[in-house]
Structures are given as C-alpha cells and as structure tokens.
Design a protein around this ligand. Structure first.
Ligand code: CA
Length: 353
C-alpha cells in the first residue's frame, strides 16, 4: 500500500486545511524528520490482540518492537500500585460475582476500595459492558474473546520488572510510559498517587530526563505539582507529558502562547488525535490544526492517542489504518503515537525509514 498511499498524500500536501480560518503551512524541517526518530507507544500493551494491561499483552507488544510500553496506574486500598486503566473493575473483571455487596452507590466496584490480595483473585478479560438485560457485550467484538485464557491484575512494579528483564535479556532499552490516573480522585480518597508512582520509578532507576520514560497525566494541576514539588522532593527529574482531550479545560493550551506556558512544565503533549487532524477532514481536504507546530515551537514532543483498526475507528478521510498513520506521521508530523496495534505502526515506520 505504502508507496501509492504516500504519493497520494504528497499530492495532497498543497491542499492543506484550515484551522480557525488560517492556512497552516507545512514546516519543511519537521516534515523531513526521519521515520526512525518517531516512536510507537503500545497502548495498554498490545491491547488489540490480548486483554489490555495484562503481562502477556506487554510481552507481545515488546516482541512486536514497540518503543514504549504504556502503563495506566491506579492505587489500591492498601496503597499498592496496579496497572489498570479504569478507576473501577467492572469493565474487565468478574468482580461483581466474586465480591457482591462491595459496589459503591453508583453500582461500580472501585480499585481504591479493594486490597491488592483481593484484586489478585479477579479474573481479567477483554472489555465488556452489561446490556439493560444484564447480558455481557464485548466492546470490541472481534478482539480476544471474553473469559478465555487466564489473566490477572499485576502491580506496576511487576510490569517494570518484566520490561527491564526483557531489556536485559534482549540487549534493548525499551521505554515505559506510565500515566498517573485521575490524581484528583486519588487525593479525594486520601492517596498521593503521584508520589507513589515517582518513588517506584526512582527505585527502578528512572531518575533523569535521559531515563527512557515519559510520565503522563490529564490533570494539569497535578502535572504542575509534580514538576514543582514532587520531583524536587524526591530528587529526580523525568520527562512529563500533558494529556489533553477536546474539552474546555484544555482550551488555554491550544495556542502558541498556551503551548509556551505549558512547556514550562511539560516535555510533551498527548492530544486526542482529532485535535490534530479534524474528523471533519475529507480525502481532498485535510484539516490540520496548529497544535503540532505550536507544541514543536515550544520545544515539546507530540504523541496523540489512540490509533485503532477496529471497524469504525478509521476516519473517513483515510483509506485504511496505514494511510491514517501516514497522515499523522508525515503530514501532521507527530513525533509518535499510542496504538492498540503496535506491530502495524512499527512495520509502517520501518517501511518508511
Ligand atoms: Ca492511558
């Protein structure tokens, strides 16, 4: 596909889009950036192929050649850190069967209400939701089937041991990309999750901006607190990434001056991908925002999320998954991206190196 797709894209380069009424120029310096310099982040492991945030999904992503393994990190009642996406357990486990009566008023079972020893009893599976009639409906029906195999909750430390163990065995230096999940929620439940995560990173030798780690969060107040207080208190420096969605709270960041302000605290940004290439784009009219160039000019990396090839997840302006990658890597000029299918993004970058 690659060559024809690339030619098609290149022929469209001069038809660039509009954001806020301004034509966004192509930046030749960045446009020439080598594919080899761009990174692939395995989003929750190779989560397109195995249940997210399980150790097998990490091993698979590692073997696929991803540059970074992502860990969402949540804290338990007994102050242990686990790799888990949601604050709750309902989407990916059998918690309602094993621990009846432990849900909060909203009917959900929260990680922070369980001890690690209890969480280790849970059976982990692909994501599902319950229909109104109580039927389990798999969220990505064509992915790994529900309740097959044997998967468990694991700790942040156990995943770091695994990545570092594979690094040693393979002679590579694959990075990690942990996310501080909902720090305000954790604070409200009496837990300083950021200090716990950074202490653990320090224990595993991640102590400087040269360490192969990006630490991400959606909450700017916490990012600032981490930068100003937590990192200095622990005597370490780490690369920080501000995640952002298409939401009012991030609006102030979305300008050249906003990005300069943000760059006082962050080394990179992780926007929802529609904030870079508008979903309203068409094949003949790509609408690229100034987000990437503003972030680059402020000295920050840009790693958008989340690239999926499941039905319904390829935008109408792209022919297929690889075409979407080409547009983001080489037209929008992102520095890396989060994907559930790291093999496809790794292969794509190797083909275009
Ligand atoms: Ca995440």
């Amino acid at each position: 596909m690659a060559n024809s797709a690339i030619k098609r894209i290149l022929s469209g380069v001069l038809v660039m889009g509009l954001v806020l009424g301004n034509v966004v120029p192509i930046e030749p310096a960045y446009a020439q950036r080598e594919a080899a310099d761009k990174i692939v982040v395995a989003h929750r492991g190779a989560s397109g192929y195995l249940p997210e945030h399980t150790l097998p999904a990490v091993a698979m992503a590692y073997a696929m050649g991803a540059d970074f393994m992502e860990q969402d990190v949540v804290m338990t009642r007994d102050d242990k850190l686990i790799v888990w996406h949601d604050l709750t357990l309902d989407r990916n486990t059998d918690v309602r069967h094993q621990f009846p009566g432990r849900a909060r008023a909203d009917g959900r079972h929260y990680v922070v209400d369980f001890d690690l020893a209890e969480l280790r009893l849970l059976r982990v599976t692909e994501g599902y939701r319950l229909s109104d009639s109580g039927v389990e409906e798999q969220i990505y029906p064509q992915r790994f089937p529900l309740w097959q195999g044997s998967f468990q909750v694991h700790t942040f430390a156990e995943q770091l041991e695994m990545v570092q163990g594979m690094n040693r065995a393979s002679g590579q230096d694959i990075g990690i990309y942990p996310e501080i999940k909902s720090p305000a929620f954790h604070h409200a439940n009496g837990k300083d999750i950021s200090t716990a995560i950074i202490s653990e990173l320090k224990r595993f030798g991640y102590t400087s901006k040269d360490s192969n780690v990006y630490l991400q969060t959606f909450e700017f107040d916490e990012l600032k607190r981490v930068h100003d207080d937590v990192l200095p208190a622990l005597g370490v420096e780490l690369k920080l990434v501000q995640l952002m969605g298409d939401d009012e709270v991030y609006q102030w960041m979305l300008s050249a001056s906003g990005m300069r302000e943000l760059a006082q605290y962050a080394d990179g940004v992780g926007p929802e991908k529609g904030m870079i290439i508008s979903p309203e784009s068409t094949r003949d009219g790509l609408i690229i925002s100034s987000l990437v160039s503003d972030a680059h000019q402020a000295g920050m990396q840009v790693h958008p999320y989340t690239f999926r090839l499941d039905p319904g997840h390829i935008p109408a302006y792209a022919d297929d998954f690889e075409h979407m990658l080409a547009l983001f890597f080489f037209e929008a000029n992102v520095d890396g991206l989060f994907t559930d299918f790291p093999d496809r993004a790794v292969d794509f970058l190797r083909e275009h190196d």
